[in-house]
Ligand binder design. Structure first.
Ligand code: ZN
Length: 73
């Protein structure tokens, strides 16, 4: 069962909710566990941090893979 991250519109309390895909498709909107406020919104996580691979496969900025001799030393 996936976990969804929500945030309260009233007190900005973040909280996690475990729900099935079916529940999510039906418009999941759990109340705030802190203040009980009904208006909550889902926090879309992922995509905020781009993980670079690093290492030898990393190309320096401005250097295309097939630039030919003389590029980037
Ligand atoms: Zn709240």
């Amino acid at each position: 069962m996936p976990t969804y991250e929500f945030m309260c519109e009233n007190c900005s309390e973040p909280f996690d909710v475990r729900a099935t895909i079916q529940e999510k498709e039906n418009g999941l909107q759990p109340p705030c566990p802190k203040c009980g406020y009904q208006e909550t919104r889902q926090i879309i996580s992922g995509g905020l941090f781009i993980r670079t691979s690093g290492g030898s496969s990393f190309n320096p900025p401005g250097c295309a893979p097939n630039s030919g001799p003389g590029c980037c030393g």
